[in-house]
Design a protein around this ligand. Structure first.
Ligand SMILES: Cc1cc2nc3c(=O)[nH]c(=O)nc-3n(C[C@H](O)[C@H](O)[C@H](O)COP(=O)(O)OP(=O)(O)OC[C@H]3O[C@@H](n4cnc5c(N)ncnc54)[C@H](O)[C@@H]3O)c2cc1C
Ligand SMILES: NC(=O)c1ccc[n+]([C@@H]2O[C@H](COP(=O)([O-])OP(=O)(O)OC[C@H]3O[C@@H](n4cnc5c(N)ncnc54)[C@H](O)[C@@H]3O)[C@@H](O)[C@H]2O)c1
Length: 447
């Protein structure tokens, strides 16, 4: 039996933050991962995806300027782009391991499962922890339909050697919308089947409407209120069975991607053996991210059933909170007030804080400023037809939420996040002096 002050299970952004922080404070810390070190964001999510999106941005910009200063054909060479992405990703685990070595974290490679309330097994090693952190992230949901195991998942998509002619996505959330916009720019024909009334259901309805239009204008077939109910293999192709108000239909496609959501990765961890309560949203935790059924255990990131969204910055923030609570005793409660989120479609959609629906539900005294900004200079400059915003502020002037679609929405939303955190009012934002011309200078006119 090897004894540690802290055992961290999972080396994504949540686990890494906790392990390095605890080790730097002199706690004897161990970490394990069943996959190469680095986690979803760095190896299978945000970072590799945004490298690919970077190439799609060039195509998107060139298309918009075609005939008004840009001429000639350009295209994405998928194999070259993947090689570039792979070069970046493949270096990551070694870098992360070096970081652990420097911080004095003992590294294990393998699946961790609980043997008792304070012991975990990793292969032949049995480890006892003063505290044990579950930071195992999430995995693609298992599609509970006939042929549900036939689609590839987001990790497979990000490693595709070739892009097929026709790609179909099951689900219309972040992953489907982002990958669809990317693959369309790389020349594939795309179909999305989404069972909800609109994609990205947690985002503002009006802003999503602009994205739906831009998506359809790109030639993507977006079927809403359509559920995928079965899948069959047909030689090199797939047959997709769907159900909607038009009845049941069949469709053929070259490649099918499971983009139907992600669930906490808690499989095979023997949580019952350690009295750790969990549900389908993750490990049940109190406000300090500690398990109440087994106080030896904390959870952070996608694996925790907290009030945070399953996003990288939330995993990092929860990691800091768990580390602080382990080092100093329970004292830090994560603040989920802003939580900016961006959907890397082209145009990009981003949001922070309250939606109008939430403001209504919470009975807040609010005001809304919302409009299309496609005739503003920043859109005209690059011949972009999609640019719109909705900003919700309290009647007393404080910013409550912002929702933007358009060029660099992922950057502009950070200014609103800062405004919310800094408790700025509409008048403060209007009266600020901005660099010009710049996207940021538009926020004064959005409030
Ligand atoms: C395709 C895709 C794109 C995304 N894009 C974005 C984006 O643009 N912006 C954003 O904010 N978020 C994005 N996300 C979400 C983001 O990646 C996650 O919210 C974040 O990585 C969660 O971090 P984590 O530390 O909780 O878990 P993870 O990073 O998933 O790390 C958990 C680690 O635990 C390991 N593990 C699991 N079970 C065990 C076990 N039993 N024993 C040992 N190890 C185990 C896993 O191998 C994994 O490495 C994206 C996700 C995907 C899938
Ligand atoms: N830019 C980002 O920050 C980013 C990008 C990618 C992923 N992520 C994270 O990963 C998570 C998972 O992303 P995702 O896009 O897989 O899930 P999602 O939860 O965002 O969307 C999946 C959608 O698929 C629909 N669906 C499920 N089964 C279906 C079926 N059989 N037929 C038709 N529709 C079906 C669901 O109703 C759901 O709305 C996100 O919630 C987010 O936390 C974030």
């Amino acid at each position: 039996m090897k004894k540690y002050d802290i055992i961290v299970i999972g080396s994504g952004m949540a686990g890494m933050t906790i392990a390095n922080k605890c080790a730097k404070k002199g706690l004897k810390t161990a970490i394990t991962d069943s996959r190469p070190y680095g986690g979803t964001c760095a190896l299978r999510g945000c970072d590799p995806k945004k490298i690919l999106v970077g190439a799609a941005e060039i195509i998107g910009r060139a298309d918009k300027m075609s005939g008004i200063g840009i001429s000639g054909d350009i295209s994405i060479n998928w194999e070259d782009l993947m090689a570039y992405k792979n070069d970046f990703v493949s270096k990551m685990p070694k870098g992360v391991e070096k970081g652990y070595e420097k911080a004095g974290v003992k590294k294990y490679h393998g699946v961790a499962s609980f043997e008792s309330e304070n012991t975990v097994r990793i292969g032949n090693d049995l480890l006892e922890g003063g505290k044990i952190v579950i930071a195992t992230g999430a995995r693609p949901v298992t599609l509970d339909i006939t042929g549900g195991d036939l689609p590839i998942d987001s990790t497979d998509f990000l490693n595709l050697e070739k892009l097929p002619e026709h790609i179909t996505f099951v689900g219309g959330g972040y992953i489907a919308m982002e990958f669809a916009h990317l693959a369309a720019r790389a020349g594939s024909k795309i179909t999305i089947f989404h069972r909800g009334a609109r994609p990205l259901e947690n985002f503002d309805e009006h802003i999503v409407k602009h994205l739906v239009k831009a998506t359809k204008d790109l030639g993507i077939l977006l079927h809403v209120e359509t559920e995928v109910i079965g899948i069959e293999k047909d030689g090199d192709q797939f047959i997709v069975f769907t159900k909607s108000s038009n009845g049941e239909q069949t469709h053929h496609t070259d490649l099918l991607v499971n983009a139907a959501g992600r669930v906490p990765e808690l499989d095979g961890m023997n949580l019952e053996k350690a009295s750790i309560a969990y549900n389908k949203k993750g490990i049940e935790v109190n406000e300090y991210l500690q398990s109440e059924s087994n106080p030896t255990v904390y959870a952070a990131g996608d694996a925790a059933n907290s009030n945070g969204l399953n996003l990288t910055p939330v995993a990092v923030m929860e990691g800091h909170a768990v580390a602080a609570n382990i080092i100093r005793g329970n004292s830090k409660v994560p603040d989920y007030t802003e939580m900016p989120s961006a959907v890397f479609t082209l145009p990009t959609l981003a949001a922070v804080g309250m939606t109008e629906k939430q403001a209504k539900e919470l009975d807040v005294e609010y005001q809304v400023k919302s409009a299309s900004a496609s005739n503003w200079y920043n859109a005209k400059r690059i011949n972009e037809s999609t640019y719109a915003y909705k900003v919700i502020s309290h009647k007393d002037g404080h910013i409550l939420g912002a929702h933007i679609i358009g060029p660099h929405a992922e950057e502009m939303i950070n200014l609103f996040a800062m405004a919310i955190r800094g408790k700025l009012k509409v008048a403060d934002i209007r009266n600020m002096v901005y660099s010009n011309p710049s996207m940021g200078s538009d926020i004064g006119s959005m409030v």
